[in-house]
Design a binder for this molecule. Structure first.
Ligand code: GLN
Length: 384
């Protein structure tokens, strides 16, 4: 007998689409990974450490130099103060950080509230821990978070709320007002908010990123998650972190010690270098991606896609009902085969499988690839 949480799951939608894209030689605007590696200096620091060593286990909670750099980054960008000794834990990427935080906060029968569309790893990992997932469904157009929707699912059994801010796959950067609503709903309770902020530097149109922990009364109940893969376009490195009040972080650290125990020392050193010396990189990346977003949004609108607001992340969502009667999965599979462009069907992120007339585009690619994809789509739809 296997665990039904996993045995009932399909292969991850990202793997599925990437495999199909490779098979049909399609341009991949599906899985969200940059097609250019981040700064050379991080890689040089990591490579030197790999050659010179030591290459033995760093401390389970992370190398001191990286914990210090992570805390300094939060202070520099948001004025948040965390003690690198016991309020920061380094994880093997954002996904492990979320899992460790979920396992640390919720066990059998506890309720965890998540925002739908929900990033694919969240629900199974909470359910594997025995927790019951309650969803707040964001509705198109706009994918906005409302007080009524939150209040409808938050109750006495809620142990934690997991929010991705900026949000993948919706491409939303929740506004201060929306986050204030969340703060209001949890105030006076003992609910912990796990705030996955891996796209913190990818917020567009000069909007500031608002970490939930900076709102009044929130620092003491927020576990703030970050990722070097997203900050430095090094998604394969899998270096992330969790910050929060020491009473909560100490428990996350215990979950982490049995998930992966620790993370490559060379990569930790490389990331510490990046957070200290290469913070211009994410700022430039954001400018570049904003331009890609604009080119993509304009091109898709011209083709008849109902482009949704995109304020942050690598992703833009768009409705397809003007273009087809098919469901999003069939539409995406057809476009891979016939147009040579790969996208992600958004229904993959909803438990009910609806809405099923939206798709997600990843624009964390070189501008030429975005233009080439639009060109292929335009030629394809012109023939229909
Ligand atoms: N975060 C990436 C995305 O949303 C996928 C990562 C993965 O394939 N697990 O596209």
């Amino acid at each position: 007998m296997t665990n039904p949480v996993f045995s009932s799951l399909p292969t991850s939608i990202f793997q599925h689409i990437t495999m199909l894209a490779l098979k049909h030689d399609a341009l991949n605007l599906g899985q969200g990974f940059p097609d250019e590696d981040g700064p050379l200096s991080l890689r040089q620091v990591a490579a030197k450490q790999l050659l010179d060593g030591p290459n033995q286990y760093p401390p389970s909670k992370g190398s001191a130099v990286l914990r210090q750099a992570v805390a300094a980054h939060a202070a520099r960008f948001y004025g948040l103060s965390y003690d690198p000794e016991d309020e920061v834990v380094i994880t093997s990427g954002g996904t492990e950080a979320v899992t460790a935080a979920l396992m640390a906060m919720a066990g059998a029968g506890d309720e965890v509230v998540m925002i739908e569309p929900t990033y694919d790893s969240y629900r199974p990992m909470a359910e594997a821990a025995g927790a019951v997932v309650k969803s707040v469904k964001l509705e198109p157009p706009g994918w906005r978070l409302t007080e009524d929707a939150l209040r409808a699912v938050v109750g006495p059994k809620t142990r934690a709320i997991l929010i991705n801010s900026p949000h993948n796959p919706a491409g939303r950067a929740f506004s201060r007002e929306e986050l204030e609503v969340l703060a209001k709903v949890v105030s006076g309770t003992d609910i912990v908010v796990i705030c996955d902020e891996v796209y913190e530097h990818l917020v567009y149109d000069e909007r500031p990123h608002v970490p939930l922990a900076t709102l009044a009364g929130m620092r003491g109940r927020v576990l703030k998650i970050g990722s070097a893969g997203k900050i430095f376009s090094l998604t394969g490195w899998k270096v992330g972190w969790v910050m929060g009040p020491r009473e909560l972080v100490s428990v996350v650290t215990k979950a982490h010690q049995f998930l992966t125990f620790t993370t490559s020392p060379a990569l930790q050193l490389g990331v510490a270098h990046g957070l200290t010396h290469e913070m211009d990189f994410p700022i430039q990346t954001t400018r570049r991606l904003q331009k890609n977003r604009d080119i993509l949004a304009a091109g898709l609108t011209k083709l008849g896609f109902a482009v949704q607001p995109c304020e942050g992340t690598y992703f833009l969502t768009a409705g397809i009902s003007k273009l087809t009667n098919e469901k999003d999965f069939a539409f995406c599979e057809r476009l891979i085969r016939e147009a040579g462009v790969a996208l992600i069907p958004l229904s993959a992120f909803f438990k009910s499988g609806t809405p099923d007339s939206y798709v997600r585009f990843a624009f964390c690619k070189q501008q030429a690839l975005i233009e080439q994809s639009l060109d292929r789509l335009e030629k394809y739809f012109a023939k229909q």
